[in-house]
Design a protein. Structure first.
Length: 288
């Protein structure tokens, strides 16, 4: 008899929900030096279970370097990096190039670096709302679909820390909102910590607990509201130009998948936008 699973996200989170340690990783005065210059220095960063930490900063600020310090793919030249015992990290890199001359299906990408059972693949894909993409070719995926698959690839390790390096790059606004909702659902259901690198200096995920403003060092940190009003943040990045933005209100709470079905914001997949209606009303939801 095969293994019985509950909700996909709950199943992926079982391995670490019993842990009683709060801190997953702690960087103290950490620095990375390459070619006689410091890429980052003086980094203090703590991530706890269930916490979402977002790092923002200009190009070349050391955001990806800091993410790699957390993941463990590079070592600190000074300072200290402490990880929870048996910490499992799921990593979504900023870029992952798939050679178009070597067609690859999604199911193969999921176990490219480690053997994964068919059942584990199905659970990971279901957790990110992409079970229909298991046999699709990676080269045929849209930007949003590819980011979902990379997230599934990270979740198949059943991580208690999820590190996402610019997870919404190259996707449209609707897909960006859907991915943020998915990340929140993963955090809420599994209890994992999340470190997110953001390419947008002025917009971060609404559920972010702590924002770190990075420019070779930590310029300021705190809640999103406190950071955006910090003089150091304003000096580096300026105030967001909201004059060019407008709000369009409607209830478009779903995206259309390639196979013709519709995925709603709560994660359910149905045959139509509104199964009980033949039209939908554009009132009650914010889009920028």
């Amino acid at each position: 008899m095969g293994t019985k699973w509950g909700h996909p996200l709950q199943s992926l989170g079982k391995a670490f929900m019993a842990s009683d340690k709060t801190d997953l990783i702690n960087l103290e005065n950490a620095g990375v030096r390459r070619d006689n210059r410091w890429l980052v220095r003086g980094i203090d960063l703590r991530i706890r279970k269930g916490e979402i930490v977002t790092i923002i900063g200009p190009n070349g600020a050391g955001k990806s370097t800091t993410a790699k310090l957390v993941v463990g793919t590079i070592r600190a030249n000074e300072g200290r990096v402490q990880r929870q015992a048996a910490l499992r990290v799921g990593y979504v890199p900023q870029k992952l190039h798939i050679d178009p001359a070597l067609p690859m299906r999604v199911e193969r990408l999921l176990d490219l670096t480690a053997k994964v059972s068919p059942n584990e693949k199905k659970q990971a894909l279901a957790a990110v709302g992409a079970p229909h993409l298991e046999t699709a070719f990676v080269q045929d995926l849209s930007g949003g679909e590819f980011q979902r698959i990379l997230l599934a690839r990270a979740m198949v390790r059943r991580p208690n820390l999820l590190v996402l390096d610019e997870p919404v790059q190259g996707v449209d606004f609707a897909s960006e909102a859907m991915l943020y909702n998915l990340i929140r659902q993963i955090r809420d259901t599994t209890g994992c910590g999340v470190l997110m690198i953001s390419h947008d200096l002025h917009i971060v995920m609404a559920d972010t607990d702590t924002v770190l403003c990075l420019n070779g060092h930590i310029c300021c940190s705190g809640s999103p509201d406190s950071v955006v009003s910090n003089p150091e943040y304003l000096r580096l990045f300026g105030a967001p130009d909201t004059a060019a933005l407008a709000v369009y209100r409607h209830d478009h709470d779903h995206i259309h998948l390639p196979n013709g079905t519709v995925q709603h914001v709560v994660g359910s997949i149905r045959e139509s936008c509104h199964p009980d209606k033949h039209e939908h009303n554009h009132d009650g939801h914010d889009h920028v």
